[in-house]
Write a protein that binds this ligand. Structure first.
Ligand code: URA
Length: 247
C-alpha cells in the first residue's frame, strides 16, 4: 500500500477534473462517520482509497467509483432508505455527542446505520425527524432556497395577545389560558432555535415544541422512539422537485 500525505487538495488517478468530493465528505456521505470523525480517521492513516492510504481529507474522490476502506474494511454506500422517526425529547441530533449525551442514533441502533439526519431538532424538541441514506435529498430539503414547509405544535407560557399574533406570520392560535397558549407554527426554513427565539423575542418562553409535519409527511401516530420507512415514490409527493437517488 502506498502513502499519500500531501497537504494541498489533490485528485486521485482516474478522477475527472469536474467530478469528485473531498474524501472526508465522501466518508460522511456513506453515513458511517461524521465529517469530523472522518477527518480524524484520515489523518490517523486509517483510510485508503483504491489501495492508497490517504492522509489528506481534502483529496477529491468519486464516491460511486472509489474503493474506500476504513480500518481495512470496505465501506459501500448503503441501499436507498428513508425513515420518518419520532425523535424523543432529551436526545441530540448528532452522530456522536462530545458531551456524551444520548443521540438519535443511540435510540435507532442498527436501524440508523448508513443514514444521515435531515436537519436538526433541539435537545428539548420532539417530533418528526427524517433520516435518509440519500445525502443529495437531505441537502435539497434543508436548503432554504426550496422553502420546504415545517409545521410545529408549540406551547408557550402565558396568554398570547391578538396583537402579538398578528405580527407573527405562519402562527395560528389553537387555544389559550392565562397560564399557557397552544399554537401551530409553520416555517419555511430551519434556522437554529428559530421557534424558541421567535417566542422569546415577544416574552413567551416555549415550554413544549414538537414538529408534526415536514413537506407533506406527517408524524401520524408514531410514538417517541418509533419510526416508519418511506417509499421512494412518496418523495416527489412530499417534496415536489426534490432529487431522488436511483440506487
Ligand atoms: N425551532 C426551534 O426552536 N427548535 C427546533 O428544534 C426546531 C425549530
Amino acid at each position: 500500500m502506498t502513502q499519500n500525505g500531501g497537504r494541498r487538495r489533490q485528485k486521485l488517478a482516474g478522477t475527472p477534473a469536474s467530478a469528485g468530493v473531498p474524501l472526508s465528505r465522501a466518508l460522511s456521505k456513506l453515513g458511517i462517520l461524521s465529517r469530523a470523525q472522518a477527518v480524524q480517521a484520515i489523518r490517523a492513516g486509517r483510510v485508503s482509497v483504491d489501495g492508497v492510504v490517504v492522509r489528506n481529507a481534502a483529496v477529491l474522490v468519486v464516491p460511486e467509483r472509489a474503493r474506500v476502506l476504513v480500518d481495512g474494511a470496505e465501506r459501500r454506500r448503503a441501499a436507498w432508505r428513508t425513515i420518518v422517526f419520532h425523535k424523543p425529547r432529551g436526545v441530540v441530533t448528532t452522530r456522536r455527542d462530545p458531551e456524551g449525551r444520548r443521540t438519535v442514533f443511540d435510540v435507532l441502533g442498527a436501524e440508523g446505520e448508513g443514514l444521515v439526519a435531515v436537519g436538526r431538532l433541539d435537545l428539548a424538541t420532539s417530533g418528526l425527524l427524517l433520516l435518509t441514506s440519500d445525502t443529495r435529498l437531505a441537502d435539497w430539503i434543508t436548503d432554504p432556497v426550496h422553502q420546504v414547509s415545517r409545521v410545529y405544535a408549540v406551547t408557550v407560557r402565558g396568554r398570547i395577545a391578538a396583537a402579538q399574533l398578528a405580527a407573527l406570520p405562519g402562527v395560528t392560535l389553537r387555544k389559550a389560558s392565562a397560564r399557557e397558549s397552544h399554537l401551530t407554527v409553520e416555517l419555511r426554513e430551519g434556522r437554529n432555535r428559530q421557534v424558541r427565539r421567535m417566542f422569546d423575542a415577544i416574552g413567551h418562553e416555549v415550554t413544549r415544541l414538537k414538529r408534526v409535519k415536514l413537506g407533506s409527511l406527517e408524524l401520524e401516530d408514531l410514538a417517541p422512539g418509533q419510526f416508519r420507512d418511506i417509499l421512494r415514490a412518496e418523495i416527489p409527493v412530499a417534496f415536489p422537485g426534490a432529487p431522488v437517488r436511483e440506487v
